[in-house]
Design a protein around this ligand. Structure first.
Ligand SMILES: [Fe+2]
Length: 155
């Protein structure tokens, strides 16, 4: 069987992207403070992009004879992105910092996917990982800019 390590990263991303969609949805609902009018709808855009990535990743996994996680329980059991019960006392900056941390985790996982798919010769998955890593780093840049910070992608 080819692409075993690539498949593992693809399925890890299925669990993590589903979790990330939930984390962003919580941010969309629970945020309070300056910037709400702009950031609340922006979270819809983030969720749309994550959902698109999750679907492409899942379908690539199926195309190479894998089986994506497809239940809430599987996502919860396998994700490495933490969550917390919804709370109203987080500042807007704290919420954005949580998103930056989680997007950095995803960027690192996409990099792992780039490395293993390169090693295993799966150029198509490699192309998908590369594109989504670029998109994820753009999100990190924008969130960091909102926080008044440099992207620190290469820090
Ligand atoms: Fe909404």
């Amino acid at each position: 069987m080819k692409y075993q390590e690539t498949k593992k990263v693809l399925n890890q991303l299925v669990a993590d992207l589903n979790q990330m969609i939930t984390v962003v949805h919580q941010t969309h609902w629970y945020m309070r403070g300056r910037g709400f009018m702009k950031l609340h709808p922006l979270m819809d855009k983030f969720m749309d992009d994550l959902n698109e990535q999750m679907d492409v990743i899942s379908e690539r996994l199926i195309a190479i004879d894998g089986a994506p996680f497809s239940t809430l329980r599987e996502f919860a059991d396998n994700t490495k992105i933490p969550d917390e019960k919804g709370r109203w006392d987080r500042t807007m900056d704290e919420r954005l910092e949580i998103l930056v941390k989680d997007y950095r985790y995803l960027a690192d996982l996409y990099q792992k996917g780039i490395d293993v798919s390169d090693k295993e010769g799966d150029a198509s998955s490699n192309d998908i990982f590369t594109g989504f890593k670029t998109d994820t780093e753009k999100r990190i840049w924008m969130l960091q800019a909102e926080l008044g910070k440099a992207p620190e992608i290469d820090a």
